[in-house]
Ligand binder design. Structure first.
Ligand SMILES: [Ca+2]
Ligand SMILES: [Ca+2]
Length: 311
């Protein structure tokens, strides 16, 4: 049997045109594969950036949520555990809880501008009110309230005994419920009178605390969140000189309160009805750059201040 000439010639090889065509197709296929790989890689990187941004916001949100849930612990009704200072998309959120259930009364008036550093928190004779009586059940010559404060202060270094080191200090908050003014002090010692505690910080008193207004002193933990220079910052116990940067690349931080009657409040001051807060809405927006363009993510969460609900 004879082979047909046509099939013979086609089996000889490709013409130059066919070869060029095949090459061109090959280049196109390779180019396509390469660009798909590149775009996949870009998508992957974009996804990574997005995830990192989300995780960043989520981390901060979890932290705020935990603090909202603890706010109001051991706090009296006339002292707000939640404050929201409204500034559009750069709000400030203040959350407070009491660390010690013993609250000391201020038993002698403190005047603003004075540098009095021994604070009367009990009175052996002529107590001005019921909070200022002198109780000494363990007979050590010191008011029992001060005993408790002393124990708590001395345990701050991890060792119960008082060793006289610099870690055995506390930041305490003096508060006047009548004026709703208060300030932080550093409490580092008790004197031998058995009725006074010592203020270590050198600043003069900012406000006046009249005994008749029933001012008192708390061992508080105050956590303040604010937006500063792209950072969500945490200021602990009024220590504004040493803020902690929680996360970076934050462009908006907004907080508002949903009240039990269904209305919203964008600000919550010391005189506002915090006992009727139903939940707090916290919004965080972050921005990062990806391939020269902005990538933005927003997160909104609602937190129930459960200690507040128990008031
Ligand atoms: Ca005592
Ligand atoms: Ca100690």
């Amino acid at each position: 049997m004879r082979l047909r000439p046509s099939s013979l010639s086609s089996a000889k090889g490709m013409t130059l045109v066919e070869l060029l065509l095949a090459l061109a197709v090959g280049v196109i296929v390779l180019g396509l594969a390469f660009s798909i790989t590149l775009s996949n890689r870009r998508l992957y990187q974009l996804d990574q950036s997005r995830t990192a941004l989300n995780q960043n916001l989520r981390t901060a949100m979890d932290m705020i949520g935990a603090d909202v849930r603890q706010a109001g612990e051991r706090m009296p009704q006339d002292f707000t555990p939640v404050e929201v200072i409204d500034a559009g998309s750069s709000d400030t959120l203040v959350l407070r809880r009491s660390l010690l259930d013993v609250v000391l009364p201020v038993c002698e008036t403190i005047n603003s501008g004075s540098n009095e550093d021994n604070i009367n928190v009990a009175k052996k004779v002529n107590p001005p009110n019921a909070a200022c009586t002198f109780d000494d059940s363990n007979g050590n010559g010191r008011d029992d309230g001060i005993d408790r404060w002393n124990e708590f202060r001395c345990s701050q270094d991890g060792v119960a005994a008082c060793q006289g080191n610099s870690q055995e200090t506390l930041r305490a908050y003096v508060y006047n419920p009548a004026t709703r003014q208060g300030e932080w002090i550093v409490y580092d010692a008790e004197d031998s009178s058995g009725v006074k505690i010592h203020k270590a910080n050198a600043e003069r008193w900012l406000y006046t605390y009249r005994v008749d207004d029933n001012p008192r002193i708390y061992v508080l933990e105050e956590r303040l969140y604010r937006l500063q220079g792209g950072f969500l910052q945490l200021v602990i116990n009024g220590d504004t000189a040493n803020p902690h940067n929680v996360i970076d690349r934050v462009t908006a931080f907004s907080v508002r309160a949903l009240m039990q009657d269904g209305t919203w409040r964008t600000a919550m001051g010391p005189s506002d009805p915090w006992t009727t807060i139903a939940s707090l809405e916290v919004g965080l927006t972050g921005r990062t750059q990806f391939s020269g363009r902005d990538l933005e993510r927003s997160l909104t969460s609602h937190f129930m201040p459960r200690n507040i609900l128990s008031f």
